[in-house]
Design a protein around this ligand. Structure first.
Ligand code: HEM
Ligand code: HEM
Ligand SMILES: [Fe+2]
Length: 483
């Protein structure tokens, strides 16, 4: 797929090709994630489906772990991709980066195979080390945890040394600090305590402080880089926005952690802290939204004034996904998050399908979208084309995936609403109420809709892969014909 073009201009081919290795695995894992989601969705409707062959617990676990892992792959890929552009030098340890890639990929393969083949058994000290650590989203056994830490340290050293050697842009400075926090937080999910409250307390440090602080800052830096690359946005402006976003994201995101401490046995002062700071979290998301649209509008205006409408945008599909990211982050994390973040509301919605609705739209809107955008930047580079224009397949991909995920979100929101009314408000919670609410038609129909919208999402994914594999070749042929 890679056809490096030889020019005198510095492009950082070695780093970019390393980035592409990570992108490819990310895409495969994304596909696996969706397939597992479909199996789990069918099991909601037909509980006996694949029972004792491929249980719901396994399908769900692989679904959400593959989610986290593909995003980490795509994030590492994005960093290697942008590193030479930002620093002006090649990544210092390319060989090391490749070695880390193969070690990580081998470890992920073994972990997934163990998840799939060893599905039941008692939880012991040995199973924590060898099979499953039992923490939602981070279920990898401890040997793999340690391996991941080593790989991430290698990655971090590589990025840091390259940063020190080359130019130090604002985007890179933010990224260096952010990646340090991101990697460090992983350690909070690596030890085990018998006390479930304590265990959950630390587990949230990884989950919440990743997605609502460090990952958000990460996508802020990615969007800044991508806007410069795609529409030639002014560096001073995007970097100014980035610093404001960093300030606001950390301001609300860190203590926003309190919205997970309402009911797990932590002191009651977390109600106030969680309510206040997490309610402020949508503010930086609005800033990110305005940032992307403002820059885009400004650049489009400039192009029009110069008499070439739109010509400044050199990667249509990547830009479409980044604009979707601005909307998606705001909707999924900001709006759907805000809905249930006050303890007065959360006491009813906690752990219902409402949570799943928010989880889907937030992860998709804030992260999947921009990482797909980065993959399109990768394709443009790999084929050495000046411009990538959306094809029919690019449009089908973005339309079906966005429509599918929005459809799933609406269906799950309805299911959650029914649970709040029937299970929590009317029947007062408890085990019997939990099952009673799931037997009602509103709930069952919502689950059927979710499964159907999941299929729509999956068809969109097939278009996406097809497009990523072919769009570069067409663009190259078109460019050759025009020259
Ligand atoms: C991109 C950023 C975000 C992502 C990816 C995300 C994702 C998630 C996920 C997956 C869960 C379920 C965790 C579990 O398995 O228990 C969750 C829970 C929650 N999120 Fe977010 N979230 C984000 C941002 C936000 C924001 C900004 C808010 C508030 C304004 C928020 C409020 C909540 C609340 C209150 C819960 C707990 C739900 C419950 O009680 O069951 N989230 N989030
Ligand atoms: C083919 C499309 C998909 C289907 C059918 C699907 C289905 C499912 C199912 C059945 C669950 C278990 C829910 C539960 O235990 O109540 C789940 C959980 C989850 N899925 Fe998906 N999913 C799909 C795509 C996605 C995508 C694209 C993302 C994000 C980018 C995602 C993120 C999540 C998350 C974060 C959870 C955990 C939610 C929570 O604990 O609240 N899924 N999914
Ligand atoms: Fe949170």
């Amino acid at each position: 797929m890679l056809t490096s073009i030889k020019t005198n201009e510095f492009r950082g081919d070695k780093s970019k090709e390393l980035g592409m290795m990570y992108f490819r695995v990310a895409l495969i894992l994304f596909g696996a994630q969706l397939l597992m989601g479909l199996i789990a969705a069918i099991q909601f409707i037909v509980p006996g489906f694949l029972f004792e062959l491929f249980d719901f617990s396994v399908a769900r676990m692989v679904h959400i772990n593959a989610l986290v892992v593909w995003m980490l792959y795509a994030m590492i890929g994005s960093v290697y991709f942008m590193l030479p552009d930002e620093t002006g030098v090649e990544t210092v340890g390319i060989g090391l980066g490749k070695l880390a890639f193969w070690v990580l990929t081998a470890a992920v393969t073994v972990v997934v195979l163990v998840f799939i083949f060893i599905q039941v058994g008692s939880g012991t000290e040995t199973s924590i080390w060898l099979i499953n650590e039992g923490r939602e989203y981070l279920e990898a056994p401890r040997w793999a945890d340690i391996g991941i830490v080593v790989v991430v340290l290698t990655f971090y050293w590589n990025v840091f040394a390259t940063y020190m050697k080359g130019k130090q842009t604002g985007i890179m400075t933010v990224l260096i600090a952010d990646l340090f926090a991101l990697a460090g937080l992983y350690l909070a999910g690596m030890f085990f305590t018998d006390n479930i409250s304590m265990d959950q307390f630390w587990w949230w440090w990884v989950i919440h402080l990743w997605v609502e602080a460090t990952w958000e800052v990460f996508v802020g830096a990615l969007a800044a880089y991508a806007l410069i690359k795609i529409i030639g946005a002014k560096r001073e402006i995007v970097e100014m926005w980035l610093w404001i976003e960093v300030l606001m994201l950390f301001g609300s995101g860190i203590l926003g952690l309190g919205h997970h401490y309402f009911w797990i046995g932590t002191p009651e002062y977390w109600w106030e802290i969680g309510a206040l700071f997490s309610a402020l979290e949508p503010v930086p998301l609005v800033a990110m939204f305005v940032h992307v649209l403002y820059d885009w509008g400004k650049e489009q205006g400039k192009a029009k004034a110069e008499g070439h409408p739109g010509a400044v945008m050199n990667n249509g599909p990547a830009m479409a996904w980044i604009v979707t990211n601005a909307f998606g982050n705001f909707l999924g994390a900001g709006i759907w998050g805000f809905f249930h973040t006050l303890p007065q509301v959360n006491i009813y919605t906690h752990g219902t399908q409402f949570t799943a609705a928010h989880g889907h739209l937030a992860f998709f809107g804030a992260y999947a979208t921009i990482l797909i955008g980065m993959m399109y930047l990768g394709v443009q580079y790999a084929y050495g084309v000046k411009k990538l224009t959306s094809t029919f397949k690019s449009k089908m991909a973005i339309f079906l995936i966005v429509f599918g995920v929005l459809g799933m979100t609406v269906a799950l929101t309805i299911a959650g609403y029914e649970q709040v009314l029937v299970e929590r408000a009317e029947l007062g919670g408890g085990w019997t109420a939990f099952f009673a609410a799931q037997d009602l038609p509103w709930y069952i129909q919502a689950q059927v809709w979710r499964a159907m919208m999941g299929v729509v999402t999956f068809v969109g994914f097939i278009y996406l892969v097809w497009d990523l594999l072919t769009i570069g070749k067409h663009a190259k042929a078109a460019q050759a014909a025009a020259e």
